[in-house]
Design a protein around this ligand. Structure first.
Ligand SMILES: [Fe+2]
Length: 126
């Protein structure tokens, strides 16, 4: 939670500094996160870890793509903001996947969570 709050502050500061606006999927992200957390909790720790594994795997891929994009834009501040959270997200992914999240029984659940997370990101980037 502390990591995610720090990430929120990092990005929010960058957005404000640029007079930017929240992305199109901001509310969908919050609602989706709540629903996914609620459903995952019914499966106990393995469900929560499978959800974390799926979400953070998509997030890490997305952040790496953003770093690649920003390298070519030569936007140092945005690049550093993304880079400063990447290791935390990799750590979240590794904990989720390593603490039972890769259980085969949860493969369909991980697939659905990954697809939803990917969709939310794509909507936000349109
Ligand atoms: Fe995270």
């Amino acid at each position: 939670m502390a990591d995610e709050k720090r990430h929120l502050n990092t990005f929010w500061n960058e957005i404000r500094r640029r007079n930017g606006v929240k992305c199109k999927s901001y509310w969908l992200c919050g609602l989706g996160g709540w629903v996914m957390g609620f459903i995952s909790a019914f499966f106990g720790k393995p469900g929560i870890m499978a959800c974390t594994c799926a979400v953070e795997s998509v997030v890490v891929t997305h952040l790496n793509e953003q770093l690649f994009y920003l390298e070519h834009k030569q936007d140092c501040e945005a690049y550093e903001a993304v880079k400063s959270i990447l290791d935390d997200e990799k750590n979240h992914r590794d904990i989720g996947c390593g603490e039972g999240g890769m259980n085969r029984l949860y493969a369909p659940f991980r697939f659905m969570i990954s697809a939803f997370t990917e969709g939310v990101i794509r909507i936000g980037m349109r």
